[in-house]
Design a protein around this ligand. Structure first.
Ligand code: TXA
Ligand code: MG
Length: 312
């Protein structure tokens, strides 16, 4: 039997009251829902890690209300200034050296000397950040390794049986997690592709001898329950089909189309909700039609490759 749903939907004002007591609240952002807590509270941050089942070596993104607030936590530089001026508020996370006198809970940084900062655009998240006054640590509101939630109901489903407060801000418009850019060197390095497309002079080749710069980017991630088969040219009768474009393959047990017009932004918006829906079907696998790896298609295929990777 399924455990009962114990989640409660709360207002932004009630969310702030709970955040001040180091409680965790699931909040909407324009990318995906986040599991938010006071980034300065060791108790709150410990609760986030425990709820998600997140490994302690994986640092959290700190959400800010303004550029001025970000500058109090990070050693700001020209690269950060121009990216923030251009893309904030929005789905872009900047990794910068942390200020030595920061008041963040240590676990947020997972023992590192850099901090990931993001100024989200979603009006509900902005309202909560404004009323709260401090900064919020918020990883995506899914259990570690699973599909990120793009609707309040996904969060309730993900944490069914837990008494979690959720602010419902509707469906997330971007649908994929923020672009993460390392701004600690002389040139920007993309650690996680997203809907914001940043020019990178050199392709990023992680050095296998060094610790992972973004430990969250493990190969198996965003994983549905069912196996995922990419670049499907035909589909079996026992498979669920994730289609793309005007000519969806025929013959699947069930199918959903990311974008019948072939629009990559629409596909990004729909990706996680459709993966979740197909994952709940009686199919034995999810077959995914080819998706062009250009523009936001790169970020879509990045997530799908992780969803299809062998599970650890
Ligand atoms: O769109 C988003 O970014 C969402 C919403 C809720 O804001 N948040 C999100 O958080 O996706 P999370 O924890 O699921 O992913 C954060 C990623 C992880 O891959 C983590 O390893 C990386 O950012 N990260 C966090 N702090 C870092 C740091 N100091 N240096 C490098 N990577 C970092
Ligand atoms: Mg995540």
């Amino acid at each position: 039997m399924q455990p009962p749903f114990l989640s409660t939907y709360v207002t932004p004002e009630e969310a702030v009251r709970r955040l001040r007591q180091s409680e965790i609240v699931a909040l909407p952002t324009e990318t995906v829902y986040g599991l938010a807590g006071d980034a300065a509270s060791p108790e709150a941050v410990a609760r986030i890690f425990a709820l998600k089942g997140r490994p302690a070596h994986n640092p959290l993104i700190v959400h800010v209300h303004s550029i001025a607030q970000a500058q109090r936590y990070a050693h700001w530089n020209d690269m950060a200034e121009s990216l923030a001026q251009r893309y904030w508020p929005g789905p872009l996370t900047l990794v910068l050296p942390v200020q030595p006198d920061h008041v963040l809970a240590g676990a947020v940084l997972a023992g590192g000397d850099s901090v990931a900062l993001r100024m989200p655009a979603h009006q509900v998240m902005r309202k909560v950040l404004g009323l709260f006054g401090g900064v919020l640590a918020a990883p995506s509101a899914n259990r570690s390794g699973r599909i990120s939630p793009t609707m309040a109901a996904h969060v309730a489903e993900e944490f069914a049986g837990q008494a979690l407060a959720i602010v419902d801000g509707g469906a997330c418009l971007v649908g994929l997690e923020s672009t993460v850019v390392d701004c600690t060197g002389s040139d920007p390095v993309i650690l996680r592709p997203g809907s914001i497309l940043i020019e990178q002079s050199q392709p990023h080749r992680p050095d296998a001898s060094k610790p992972l710069k973004s430990p969250g980017l493990l190969s198996s991630h965003y994983a549905p329950r069912l196996p995922v088969r990419l670049n499907a040219q035909q589909v079996e009768a026992h498979e669920a089909l994730l289609a793309f474009g005007a000519e969806p393959l025929a013959g699947a047990l069930c199918s959903l189309n990311l974008s019948p017009t072939g629009c990559l932004q629409e596909a990004a918006t729909n990706l996680y909700a459709m993966l979740r829906a197909l994952d709940a079907s009686a199919a034995s696998a999810i077959a995914v039609m080819p998706i062009p790896e250009k523009g936001v298609g790169k970020a879509i295929m990045d997530r799908l490759h992780r969803a299809a990777a062998p599970r650890s």
